[in-house]
Design a protein around this ligand. Structure first.
Ligand SMILES: NC(=O)C1=CN([C@@H]2O[C@H](COP(=O)(O)OP(=O)(O)OC[C@H]3O[C@@H](n4cnc5c(N)ncnc54)[C@H](OP(=O)(O)O)[C@@H]3O)[C@@H](O)[C@H]2O)C=CC1
Ligand SMILES: O=C(O)[C@@H]1CCC=N1
Length: 278
């Protein structure tokens, strides 16, 4: 029988994950989602066939997995409201919230729980996500598999064995979609400067990004080799790549990801400061 999965919060990230699960054949009747928004719950029940309720604690009573999918700023209040129900049931806790450590969540929920912490990214909303996952010591192999199944419903999953590495995951893939969006913006602007209509430049830039990523995923060659394959000696790409390298592109990415990871650490400290038992 399928594990009972309860989503606390039925917003973008939660609906992407349970939508992906259902599309992959997971029984909708084994899924419950909660929200304070009654209209949203009615629509979700009708469209997806899942159970819905505005009572978080009741939704946890029979759950095998509880996915915490509310904003980090309200997570403490939500967890404290769930504490008794979670301690009575002791389900696997899966959090997709940015910046909150497994230990902080465990403390807010009363302690001694199996907690999986995820860093997803927004392309999960179109089934092309990339998530980094970390499990605390209480998570069993079967629970790891379950967490993998949930997050693989919206993309690829990479496990890290040190929670601090989720900062690196944030720097590469959590925040990463924004880097590529910036590149698309810059490429479109550059195309317009060279005379292309904006719509044409955008379509060409986006399709090129999609094509390059698809090709790199399918190829037996690494991205460096694929890049060299485009760079005919003495040709146009060579000039462009030299210009990007001379402009310090690699160093810019190193600096940007360092800054991102540093901010992830700061945010964890800021959000963790409100931990009751610290
Ligand atoms: N790495 C990344 O890029 C991403 C990370 N995330 C993480 O995912 C989490 C959810 O984000 P996202 O889905 O975008 O946010 P949304 O605002 O779309 O979803 C949060 C949902 O929680 C509901 N909610 C508010 N209060 C409660 C409550 N007390 N009990 C139950 N539900 C409640 C909200 O309802 P209402 O709107 O009515 O208040 C809303 O539907 C965040 O913690 C975020 O950090 C998400 C997206 C990407
Ligand atoms: O920018 C942020 O803080 C969040 C975390 C990763 C992506 N968005």
């Amino acid at each position: 029988m399928a594990s009972q999965v309860t989503f606390i919060g039925a917003g973008n990230m939660a609906s992407a994950i349970f939508g992906g699960m259902i599309d992959n054949g997971y029984p909708a009747t084994a899924i419950t989602a909660t929200s304070p928004d009654a209209e949203r719950l009615t629509a979700l029940a009708a469209e997806r066939g899942i159970h819905t309720t505005d009572d978080n604690a009741a939704a946890v009573a029979e759950a095998d997995v509880v996915v915490l999918a509310v904003k980090p700023q309200i997570m403490r209040e939500v967890c404290e409201g769930l504490r008794d129900a979670v301690q009575a049931r002791r389900p696997l806790i899966v959090s997709v919230a940015a910046g909150l450590t497994a230990e902080t969540l465990d403390t807010w929920l009363g302690g001694d729980l199996a907690v999986v912490r995820c860093m997803p990214n927004t392309p999960s909303l179109v089934g092309a996500g990339a998530s980094g996952l970390y499990a605390n010591a209480r998570v069993s192999d079967a629970q790891r598999e379950l967490a993998t199944t949930l997050l693989e419903a919206v993309g690829i999953v990479e496990w890290v064995d040190d929670e601090a590495l989720l900062e690196a995951v944030t720097a590469v893939s959590g925040s990463g979609p924004a880097y590529f969006f910036l590149v698309f913006e810059a490429l479109e602007e550059a195309g317009v400067r060279l005379g292309l209509p904006a719509a044409t430049a955008r379509r060409l830039a986006l399709q090129t990004g999609l094509g390059a990523a698809t090709m790199a995923q399918r190829s037996e060659h690494d991205p460096a080799q694929l890049r060299r394959n485009v760079m005919s000696p003495g040709g146009t790409t060579e000039r462009a790549i030299h210009s990007l390298e001379d402009g310090g592109l690699r160093e810019l990415f190193a600096d940007a990801t360092e800054a991102c990871a540093a901010r992830a650490r700061e945010m964890a400290a800021e959000l963790g400061e409100s931990t009751p038992n610290r």
